[in-house]
Design a protein around this ligand. Structure first.
Ligand SMILES: O=C(O)CCC(=O)C(=O)O
Ligand SMILES: [Fe+2]
Length: 325
């Protein structure tokens, strides 16, 4: 049973490192990424090359999707392949909370290719209802995936590995990457009685690339095992993607890189965000890197197969949905 936080404190406004994706000096960029992952597990990525116009169309598409009547959205409810619509309260990212669930609604789009026996296919709103919606999302998915893959090669450099390390071990071959559209409905401020837009959690995979609409609410807690928990606001940086380290990268690095706890407050304001979760190929074995272990610092986690890990995390997150059903 997770220990309950006795109290929470608010710290000042955070100044996360800014990584310039267009810099030609890869060694310096890798150094900066290393520092950011050691200290925060979060950084801003600027000049990432995803056009503003495309991002605008993704946000627009997201608004149009979430504006559909609930019964239309429920026709595309999240399937066994973890693709489709999740209504408000379907998910409780922090299972220790007494609340009904998180306020957000979301829509998952998974890999277009892959083993269809294991992973059911994506669900799409019909072309008549939302024209060009699918094309826009597929285009964004591909662009985000290519940014994620390049970023992973910089992360390999940051760990003193050869830059194709994660490719070589098969992590980036048909990766389990998910695009997730998120909508936080406007509602009375609920955090006081334990309701959150998204409750405290860490992400599961390698890295997450997050585009936000500028509405506040995202917070991080840098020391997840210390109480009282100290929460810091992540300010919006126009044009930047917020990048954070996921749990599997934390496991690979034996906690050298932090998978930092974060949440989204229920501020009462409507908010949209677009998350892209880069998770390894389902067969990839995630085990402590040689460079991150020593006699004084033995591996903290046993090796785990990526898909086993992800399945278990999703099971816990959606357990409240099963109880409600
Ligand atoms: O919407 C956000 O700002 C964060 C979303 C998030 O943390 C998640 O979906 O894992
Ligand atoms: Fe997250």
């Amino acid at each position: 049973m997770a220990r309950k936080p006795a109290l929470e404190e608010m710290a000042g406004i955070l100044e996360l490192p800014v990584v310039d994706f267009s810099s030609l000096d890869r060694a310096s960029t890798a150094k900066l990424i290393r520092q950011a992952c050691l200290e925060y597990g979060f950084f801003y990525l600027v000049n990432h090359g995803i056009e503003e116009g495309l991002l605008g169309r993704v946000f627009e598409g997201s608004k149009n999707l979430f504006s559909l009547p609930l019964d239309e959205k429920m026709k595309m409810q999240r399937n066994e392949g973890h693709r489709g619509y999740t209504p408000p309260f379907a998910e409780k990212l922090d299972p220790s909370l007494p609340s009904k669930g998180d306020l957000k609604e979301s829509f998952y789009i998974g890999p277009m290719e892959g083993n269809e026996l294991q992973w059911l296919s994506n669900q799409w709103p019909s072309e008549e209802i939302l024209p060009y919606w699918r094309e826009t999302m597929v285009l964004y998915y591909e662009k985000a995936l290519s940014v994620g893959k390049i970023l992973t090669s910089l992360i390999a450099l940051a760990l003193d590995l050869e830059e194709c390390f994660f490719e070589k071990i098969g992590a980036l071959h048909k990766p389990m990457a998910f695009l997730r559209l998120l909508h936080y409905p406007d509602s009375a401020s609920g955090s006081i009685d334990g309701e959150f837009g998204a409750s405290a959690h860490t992400d599961y995979g390698i890295v997450t690339l997050l585009a936000c609409d500028g509405v506040p609410g995202l917070q991080i807690c840098r020391e997840k095992d210390e109480y009282p928990r100290v929460w810091e606001d992540v300010p919006h940086l126009d044009g930047a993607l917020v990048v954070n380290v996921g749990d599997l990268l934390e496991r690979w690095t034996n906690c050298l890189f932090r998978s930092t706890l974060h949440r989204v407050l229920a501020t009462g304001l409507e908010r949209y965000s677009i998350a892209f979760f880069l998770e390894p190929n389902s067969d990839c074995l995630v085990e402590c890197l040689d460079s991150c272990r020593s006699e004084a610092c033995p591996p903290r986690f046993p090796p785990v197969r990526s898909s086993d890990y992800l399945k278990e995390r999703l099971r816990i997150t959606y357990a409240s949905e099963e109880h409600q059903a």
